[in-house]
Design a protein around this ligand. Structure first.
Ligand code: ADP
Ligand code: ASP
Ligand code: MG
Length: 486
């Protein structure tokens, strides 16, 4: 097996760089050209490129699949035609000659596959998780071929690598996890020779396949995870996530336009942010990077000169609150057990959720009760039926989990009291200190999520121009010591 030497000093001349281009970084011809220039500036770092679907395409494919399954074949076909037209137009603009013809015929094949899948869906009247993975993953299949051909046309020695034959996963459709040993071995065997011969491997993010070759996906936003998986396998010098914002910010800038870039943060803090709703990173992204101690940089493809956010093992910060996040549209589930809670019972409850492919977001247990959050209520009737006789299951929909992240947040009890003073009128339904000492989380109605985040962001990140408040030590500490946030 080809093996890259382990470099502890991250010697860039030997360890590759992994660059993930998000949907907005390749959304049109201008964006693809911009990304090409970024890549060109990094050729000496031996890049491997991971690409998402073009912005908006995964959502379109999901809508088309749902439409086909409810027998709205026209809607599904219109969406496919729209996606096909966009890719073909880009192929004509960015690629010429026989390369263009080849690319167009490959795209035609993928669009035929989409139509066949849609016909099967219409016949079955059901959009199973396995079909969902197959259909949604085609977005990355077509974008990766398009971007690879465009980069080749621009003179780059890019070579397309089939992600599905490298990233082997379990069969948890829609949120699969890699079988690490097999995946690492496949990635090294495929990518190392290409790198050694001076080529630039380019592969689709988000997708993998089971040992049997059934297509899977790594969950929404999963291309970030793909980049970290490849980075981990190759002991990369660093992983770069190229997106549409200047880095990881103190909150979602779409909710609070005055959010600031966090210059440097720890893997742990970034993981908490991702798990608790910061869409800028897929929640599992940091795991392979942490394991191999590979720095992850989040950068803006529209502003490549920016320094972005550097995520590393340890980042010293004096800020009490690093960021505010919101996990939207979750359901709060209460499970009342007939007997005292114990490890076996808890294990049995978790197994039932797993059988129904219902990932659990946050869990709190007490003597005869388990409270947890899930992203979708559709598996819950089945879960409740399977737990009958063991426990009573109730749930409430349309909630949002708001989270404050900070390295030492739990050691600052004033933070929680300031938080609740700021939002107590918003009907805070449940509150729990996070399992780690880096988070404080609480639940509000989803309709109150933006307002909660805005109030808390104002509280802990007051506008730079605002006069300094002579207030509690917590606020003074957060507002005056922002060295990590630009
Ligand atoms: P990509 O297609 O590049 O993967 P995403 O849409 O998945 O991009 O992620 C980038 C988006 O994440 C940003 O446009 C921003 O609205 C959102 N976001 C949410 N929370 C944060 C945060 N704390 N910092 C930066 N961006 C955030
Ligand atoms: N295209 C996939 C999604 O929209 C994966 C990604 O963009 O990372 O979820
Ligand atoms: Mg993303």
């Amino acid at each position: 097996m080809s093996e890259l030497p382990r470099q502890h000093g991250h010697d860039a001349s030997r360890n590759p760089l992994v660059m993930k281009l998000g949907g907005s970084s390749i959304e049109d011809a201008g964006a693809i050209r911009r990304s090409w220039r970024i890549l060109e500036s990094r050729l000496s770092l031996r890049p491997v490129v991971i690409v998402s679907a073009l912005a908006g395409v995964t959502d379109q494919l999901l809508t088309a699949g749902k439409a086909a399954a409810r027998r709205s074949a026209d809607l599904a076909n219109n969406i496919f035609a729209d996606v096909h037209f966009r890719h073909a137009a880009l192929a004509r603009e960015l690629v010429a000659g026989t390369e263009q013809e080849n690319l167009l015929s490959q795209l035609n094949e993928d669009f035929n596959d989409m139509q066949i899948l849609a016909q099967d869906l219409t016949a079955a009247g059901e959009f199973t998780p396995a079909t969902q993975d197959h259909l949604m993953g085609l977005g990355e299949c077509i974008s990766s071929k398009l971007v690879c051909a465009a980069f080749q046309q621009a003179g780059l020695a890019a070579v397309h690598v089939d992600a599905r034959s490298c990233i082997v996963t379990d069969d948890r459709h829609t949120y699969a996890t890699p079988l690490w040993e097999l995946t690492n071995e496949n990635l090294r065997r495929t990518l190392v020779p290409l790198l050694q011969s001076g080529q630039v491997p380019l592969m689709a993010g988000f997708i993998g396949s089971t040992r049997e070759g059934v297509p899977t996906t790594l969950g929404r936003g999963g291309s970030d995870f793909s980049a970290a998986i490849v980075g981990g396998a190759l002991h990369a010098s660093r992983v770069e996530i190229w997106t549409d914002v200047d880095g990881v910010m103190t909150t979602d800038p779409k909710v609070c336009p005055d959010a600031r870039v966090i210059a440097r943060m720890s893997f742990d803090e970034a993981s908490e942010m991702a798990c608790f709703g910061a869409k800028v990173l897929h929640p599992a992204t940091l795991l392979p990077a942490m394991r191999e101690n590979i720095p992850v940089h989040v950068l803006n493809a529209r502003n490549p000169q920016g320094e972005g956010t550097q995520i590393v093992a340890h980042a010293s910060t004096t800020n009490v609150v690093t960021a505010v996040t919101a996990k939207r549209k979750v359901a709060a589930v209460e499970i009342e057990t007939w007997e005292r809670m114990n490890v076996e019972l808890l294990g049995a409850i978790c197994a039932v959720f797993d059988q129904h492919r219902c990932p659990i977001d946050v869990m709190v247990t007490s003597l005869g009760r388990v409270s947890l959050l899930v992203g979708s209520t559709s598996p819950l009737p089945g879960v409740a039926a399977d737990l009958e006789g063991v426990a009573k299951v109730r749930w409430e929909n349309h909630k949002a989990l708001i989270c404050l992240v900070g390295e030492n947040i739990r050691r600052q009890p004033e933070v929680a009291s300031r938080v609740f003073a700021a939002i107590s009128d918003l009907d805070v339904r449940l509150s729990c200190q996070g399992a780690s000492d880096r988070t404080i989380t609480f639940l509000v109605e989803d309709s109150k999520a933006d307002e909660s985040v805005q109030r808390l962001h104002r509280l802990f990140f007051p506008e730079k121009t605002a006069p300094k408040a002579k207030s509690s030590p917590v606020l003074t500490q957060t507002s005056e010591t922002q060295p990590a946030a630009r």
